[in-house]
Design a protein around this ligand. Structure first.
Ligand code: S3P
Length: 425
C-alpha cells in the first residue's frame, strides 16, 4: 500500500495510544511459562506480537480473545513440543526471547523468520546461550536456528551491548537453569522483563546494570498493558514540528528505561507536560500534553541511547526543525534493526531536503531546514522508517508518496486512523 500526503494543518485533540509492543511480547511469552490462566488487557495488535502469540499456541498454550477485550492464555502444565517450525516473522524480540525459553526445554524446536529477520545478527544471543550449555544449530549465527533442548546452567555474563533482547533471552534461560545467572550490561536497557518477572514471582534481583536470576516458578498474571511510548513518539514529533499544534496523548508508558525521548524533547526546549502520572501493572504511565515549539539542537549520546533507541529515526525529523547542529553518537546498533536505520534514514531525509549526514554510529543534522518534499520515499520494510517519513511529510512544501506503507502493521496497525483524527479539524 502506497500513501500520499500533503502539508498538514495544526494537529489538535486527544488520542489514546495503543498498547506497548515490548510489554505485550513479554506478557504473551511469560504467561506461557506460568501454570494457570493469565489475563491480558490492552495488548498490541501489531504483526510482531501476533508472531509471538502464534508461537505460544504452537507450544501448547490455549489462547482466547474474550468479548470483554481481555486475552486469556492458559499455559496448562508445561510447554509441549511444536509440530512444525516456529515462524518469528519480522520480529527480533520474538526470536531472541523465545530462544532463551526454548534452549532449556526437554524438546527440540526450530526458529525461522522473514527475509529481513534472517539477515539480523543472532550471535549476541547464541554465544551466551551456548555458554549456559544450550545446543544450537545455525549457519553463520543467522536464522533459521535449530534448538536442541538441553539442561542449562547459570553463567556470569558481561555483555558488550546494552540490549534488552539479549538481556531478556539470558534471564529467561536463567529462569530454567541450575544455579545463579548474572547478567550485566554497560548501560541500562529497557527493564520490562525484570519488572514483569518480579510481578510474577521470579527469584530476581536488580543491582544497577546487573540482574541476578535463579530457577523459579511463575504465577499467572492479570495485567493491563500501557500505551507504547515508541508509538506515541511519532505524534510527539508531529506536534512539535507542525505550527500551532497542541495535542494530548493518553495512556503512555513512561518507564524511565524507555523515556529518553521525553528528556530529549525537554532539552530541545519542547513544550511537553506529563499529566496524571500513575502506576499500571508495575509500569509508570501518564498522559502527555505537547505543543508546537521553538526547538534547539543538542548532542544525544551515551546512557540515553538505549532509552530511546527505537525513537532515533523520528528524532532525526525533529532535529531537522531545531536550530543548530544535532549530533547523535553511540547508536551503531541502529544498523542491525529491521533495516540499517542509519543509512536508510539519511538517504530518505536527504531526498526530502534535510541537511543530514551519516556517521559510523549516528547522524549529524543541521537545522532548521525547510523540507521540500515532492518525492517518493522508500521504507525498507521498516515500520519505524515508514512512520518517520509520514511525520516529515506533514511539514513538506510539496506532497510526498511513501511506498509500501503497509510495513506499519508490524508495530502500529492503527497509525493512519489515529493520525487522521489529529489532523482533521
Ligand atoms: C526491544 C529491545 C530493543 C528495541 C526493540 C524491542 C525489546 O532492541 O530496539 O524494538 O522489546 O526488548 P535491542 O535489544 O536489540 O536493543
Amino acid at each position: 500500500m502506497d500513501v500520499t500526503l500533503e502539508k498538514s494543518l495544526p494537529l489538535k485533540g486527544e488520542i489514546e495510544i495503543p498498547a506497548d509492543k515490548s510489554i505485550t511480547h513479554r506478557a504473551f511469552m511469560f504467561s506461557a511459562l506460568a501454570k494457570g490462566v493469565s489475563r491480558i488487557k490492552n495488548y498490541s495488535l501489531g504483526a510482531d506480537c501476533m508472531s509471538t502469540l502464534e508461537i505460544i499456541k504452537q507450544l501448547g498454550c490455549e489462547v482466547d480473545f474474550t468479548d470483554t477485550g481481555i486475552l486469556t492464555v492458559n499455559a496448562k502444565n508445561a510447554l509441549t513440543a511444536p509440530k512444525s517450525s516456529l515462524n518469528c516473522g519480522n520480529s527480533g524480540t520474538t526470536t531472541r526471547l523465545i530462544a532463551g525459553i526454548l534452549a532449556g526445554q526437554k524438546f527440540n524446536s526450530k526458529l525461522y523468520g522473514d527475509e529481513s529477520l534472517s539477515k539480523r545478527p543472532m550471535k549476541r544471543v547464541i554465544t551466551p546461550l551456548e555458554l549456559m550449555g544450550a545446543k544450537l544449530i545455525h549457519n553463520d549465527y543467522k536464522l533459521p536456528i535449530e534448538i536442541n533442548g538441553s539442561s542449562l546452567h547459570g553463567i556470569n555474563y558481561n555483555s558488550a551491548l546494552s540490549s534488552a533482547q539479549v538481556k531478556s533471552c539470558i534471564l529467561l534461560a536463567g529462569l530454567n537453569a541450575e544455579g545463579e545467572t548474572i547478567y550485566t550490561e554497560p548501560y541500562k536497557s529497557r527493564n520490562h522483563t525484570e519488572l514483569m518477572l518480579e510481578y510474577m514471582g521470579a527469584d530476581l534481583k536488580v543491582n544497577k546494570n546487573s540482574v541476578v536470576i535463579k530457577k523459579s516458578e511463575l504465577s499467572p498474571i492479570d495485567i493491563t498493558i500501557p500505551g507504547d511510548i515508541s508509538s506515541a513518539a511519532f505524534f510527539m514529533a508531529a506536534a512539535l514540528i507542525v505550527p500551532d499544534s497542541d495535542i494530548v496523548l493518553k495512556n503512555v508508558g513512561i518507564n524511565e528505561t524507555r523515556s529518553g525521548i521525553i528528556d530529549v524533547i525537554k532539552a530541545m526546549n519542547g513544550d511537553i507536560e506529563l499529566i496524571n502520572e500513575r502506576l499500571v501493572s508495575n509500569e509508570k504511565t501518564a498522559d502527555i500534553r505537547i505543543k508546537y515549539s521553538d526547538l534547539k539542537a543538542l548532542t544525544i549520546e551515551g546512557e540515553i541511547i538505549p532509552r530511546l533507541i527505537d525513537e532515533l529515526p523520528v528524532i532525526t525529523v525533529i532535529a531537522s526543525q531545531a536550530k543548530g547542529t544535532t549530533i547523535i553518537k553511540n547508536a551503531g546498533d541502529l544498523r542491525n534493526k529491521e533495516a540499517d536505520r542509519i543509512t536508510a534514514v539519511t538517504k530518505e531525509m536527504k531526498k526530502l531536503g534535510a541537511d543530514i549526514e551519516e556517521t559510523s554510529d549516528g547522524f549529524i543534522i543541521n537545522g532548521k531546514q525547510s523540507l521540500k518534499g515532492g518525492c517518493e520515499i522508500e521504507c525498507y520494510h521498516d515500520h519505524r522508517i515508514a512512520m518517520s517519513a509520514y511525520i516529515s511529510g506533514l511539514i513538506c512544501e510539496s506532497p510526498i508518496k511513501i511506498n509500501n506503507f503497509q510495513w506499519v502493521d508490524i508495530s502500529f496497525p492503527e497509525f493512519l486512523t489515529i493520525i487522521k483524527k489529529l489532523t482533521v479539524l
